[in-house]
Design a protein around this ligand. Structure first.
Ligand code: PAF
Length: 298
């Protein structure tokens, strides 16, 4: 009886998550999953998971038969003097959260496995996509990101990979790289997840003191104000940028790295706002660097 047949649905999380550190073991597991005709969804992270990552995992759970999470604090995407050594880490907490989200395989390699002695292969996306905005402030950052993501794709062999839109430029760079290299992976961008007071979730938020965290709210406040101006008909990017800079300048411990309005695809700066315009911000609050972004016309 067709009417009484159970509807087909994804298997419920079985909590039998496997943790794999060895690259060959991981790759062979993923090869056999593919050979069995199952699909793999993949969420690459640097750990210290928060609700933003969990939203990617929940979506990943729906999109593939096997859900893979990687946790790897990738040294090549940190510049000299950046926070590689103090980047927050809590594997036990991450492991428990991953189980809760129904992760099947947690890939947890160490730096020597990913970059063994003599390692020499790097992947770069050239041009304005990687030299503007974050690329201008952190010149070696995207080379590190694209290299590790390519390696992770080659190990995990995912059908779909999910990334947060908080790292807007990273998502654009990875999308470009995946298309240009004909990698058979669907790259999916997921919405920014914010705290109740509007602060975009980030592993680096733990660095903020109570007072700095309060000052950091100006990022979302500025984006909202900018969107309000655009939606009320202001189309001159210069006027919106002037407002944004003066909002951000009011916070005592905040230093602006950049405030730009760009085309969402090319990331080139625009003079006139349209539906494809996005405002991108990068600031330091005390010693903590924060980024955020938002569309101006929804
Ligand atoms: O967004 C991140 O956490 C990292 O840049 C990524 C994509 C996992 C690469 O190390």
């Amino acid at each position: 009886n067709v009417l009484l047949a159970p509807s087909p649905r994804k298997p419920a999380p079985d909590f039998n998550m496997e943790i794999i550190s060895d690259i060959k073991v991981m790759q062979n597991r993923c090869l056999s999953v593919r050979a069995a005709g199952q699909t793999i969804s993949f969420v690459p992270t640097m750990g210290f998971l928060h609700e933003g990552h969990l939203s990617l995992l929940r979506e990943g759970r729906k999109r593939g038969d096997l859900l893979v999470l990687s946790i790897f604090v990738n040294p090549t995407q940190f510049g000299q003097g950046e926070d590689l050594d103090r980047y927050p880490r809590d594997f036990d907490r991450d492991e428990a959260m991953a189980r809760e989200c129904g992760v099947d395989l947690l890939f947890y390699p160490d730096a020597e496995a990913i970059y063994p002695p003599g390692y020499a292969a790097y992947v770069t996306v050239e041009g304005p996509l990687t030299t503007t905005l974050e690329g201008a402030c952190r010149p070696t950052h995207f080379r590190g990101v694209t290299t590790v993501v390519t390696k992770l794709f080659a190990i995990v062999l995912p059908h779909v990979a999910l990334f947060g839109r908080k790292d807007f430029q990273q998502l654009a760079v990875i999308t470009r790289m995946t298309a240009d290299l004909n990698l058979p992976v669907e790259v999916v961008g997921m919405p920014i997840i914010r705290e109740g007071d509007g602060l975009a979730m980030s592993s680096r938020n733990v660095y903020l003191s109570k007072d700095e965290r309060q000052q950091a709210l100006v990022l979302n406040g500025t984006l909202r104000h900018a969107a309000e101006m655009a939606q009320n008909g202001e189309s001159d990017a210069e006027k919106i940028l002037t407002m944004a800079e003066s909002c951000l300048d009011k916070e005592a411990d905040l230093k602006i790295d950049y405030v730009k309005i760009c085309n969402a695809q090319s990331l080139e700066e625009v003079d006139t706002i349209d539906h494809d315009s996005v405002m991108l911000l990068a600031v330091s609050v005390g010693k903590t660097r924060l980024i955020d972004n938002g569309n101006l016309i929804s």
